[in-house]
Design a protein around this ligand. Structure first.
Ligand code: ADP
Length: 461
């Protein structure tokens, strides 16, 4: 993986760029502040020197001069000087060193004699000097000019050292931070590499693997956890899919094996027309079962793929229940089960009428099928908490509590033999649940073995 494609690299790059700008700003700020302060100090010293010199000025024949010569062994010789000019602009005192004598600037002397104070910079030898030229007054009138100079070398030395420190410290700091950044980003992002490595090994065939990383509850910890949850859900979905395919194949094979067996036995020798008719009748029943099974499978497959459109319209509940009851009444009569519609206020629903009809047919069909002779099935509805509750109650065998959560699963049957004998496919309730959920509702069951079951369908109104 090229380094430029790593977050670690980009994070460090941005971090170092950001730091480079901040450091540059900071260094420039420190440099400028120190420079201003040092030059300010230099100007203050220059001013002090000038006022001390003014206080010690002597007059010879009315011309200002200084008596005090500098010490011969002045350790700071060459770093400062004092000059005095008389009213004509001629030098009357000058203690600047012979070798490196700053030139006299007549213009500034003239300006001082006019009463003006000036500060300028003069290059003397290899150093810069700050020079202050000011008028010398006696009895209110200008009688000469005083000039004091101070070397800037201390200031420029200090500033040069600071520049040197910055020049060395800047790249060193940036270099160190880059290394630190790469290291820290690497440490922080290491779990991502780990997640990627393990995730690559998790394939559709082996979804049992998990990251199982012991990470703190931070962004990456939560990512790893969410990833594991997602794999667990996928694992469960794949498992159900495999189970469904296996169950479906099994369900299809049973009637086919039965048909094949009967046909083979019948064809093994000559039979009477009566026997042929009977066998064909049984084969016909099995084919019916197969047609129902394939129909249900198709419905569920299309439902899973989101291919069944839900055409909602206003449905009159009483009318719908009446038509379902009429359809199942012959079956109820045949089984000796009483069928009753509980009195309820008229109500309407926003729903797909055909799907709702199919759902109620399934519930009623089951209720009648799993209720013994002499039992009763009641349909009723009531509006509750803004939704409509439709109940199908029977006095049948009921469902054992441990099996209740599973009866909406595909192909799940409490009593397989009985369901088969009744022509059931084990898919009816799965389709009911899908229809309820597709309408934004739910379906549930309460059941006590021996006393019967109540299926409750809740739909938004
Ligand atoms: P089937 O085609 O077997 O009826 P369903 O999905 O409709 O499939 O129902 C699943 C299972 O739930 C049934 O096999 C039966 O064991 C149980 N069941 C459904 N309705 C009732 C009921 N009213 N009373 C008792 N058991 C029921």
């Amino acid at each position: 993986m090229p380094i430029f494609h790593s977050i670690r690299f980009r994070l460090t790059l941005w971090y170092v760029l950001f730091l480079a700008v901040i450091l540059a700003g900071f260094s420039a700020g420190v440099y400028l502040a120190l420079r201003t302060s040092l030059y300010g100090n230099l100007d203050d010293s220059l001013e002090n020197r000038a006022s001390v010199a003014l206080d010690t000025i002597d007059y010879q024949d009315g011309s200002p001069t200084l008596e005090t010569q500098q010490l011969v062994l002045d350790p700071n010789e060459g770093e400062h000087f004092t000059r005095v000019y008389d009213a004509t602009g001629s030098l009357t005192f000058d203690d600047s060193p012979q070798a490196d004598r700053p030139s006299v600037d007549q213009k500034t002397v003239e300006a001082a004699l006019q009463g003006e104070t000036t500060v300028r910079r003069v290059k003397v030898g290899d150093q810069n000097m700050r020079v202050r030229t000011l008028p010398v007054r006696r009895g209110g009138s200008v009688v000469g000019a005083l000039e004091v100079g101070l070397s800037e070398s201390d200031v420029s030395d200090t500033l040069r050292i600071l520049l040197l420190i910055i020049a060395v410290a800047y790249p060193v700091t940036l270099g160190a931070t880059s290394f630190g950044g790469v290291f820290l980003a690497g440490r922080a992002l290491a779990p991502i590499d780990q997640i990627t490595r393990i995730a690559r090994r998790i394939s559709a065939e082996d979804l049992s693997r998990r990251l199982d990383l012991r990470l703190p509850d931070d962004e990456l910890g939560r990512l790893a956890h969410t990833f594991d949850d997602m794999i667990a859900r996928l694992d469960e979905a794949f498992r159900r899919q495999r189970q469904f395919t296996a169950d479906a194949s099994h369900e299809l094979r049973t009637p086919l094996t039965s048909i094949k067996g009967q046909v083979e036995v019948t064809l093994s020798r000559e039979r009477s027309p009566q026997t042929y008719r009977e066998v064909l009748g049984t084969v016909n029943e099995e084919v019916d079962r197969l047609i129902r099974l394939v129909g249900s499978l198709l419905t569920l497959a299309r439902a899973d793929a989101g291919q069944i459109p839900i055409a909602k319209e206003r449905v009159d509940l009483a009318g719908l229940v009446a038509s379902v009851v009429e359809q199942v009444r012959p079956l109820a009569e045949e089984r000796g089960v009483a069928l009753e519609v509980a009195t309820a206020p008229s109500a309407t629903l926003e729903a797909d009428e055909d799907l709702l009809l199919q759902l109620l047919l399934n519930l009623l069909d089951n209720a009648i099928k799993y209720t013994e002779k002499g039992g009763q099935v009641t349909v009723g509805w009531a509006s509750r908490d803004g939704s409509m509750e439709l109940r199908v109650r029977d006095t049948g065998a009921g469902i054992p509590p441990e099996q209740v959560p599973r009866i909406f699963d595909r192909f799940y049957r409490v009593d397989k033999a009985r369901s088969r004998a009744e022509g059931g496919t084990g898919l009816g309730l799965s389709i009911c649940r899908w229809i309820a959920e597709a309408h934004g509702g739910s379906i549930s069951v309460e059941s006590t073995p021996g006393t019967g079951s109540t299926f409750t369908l809740r739909l938004p109104t």
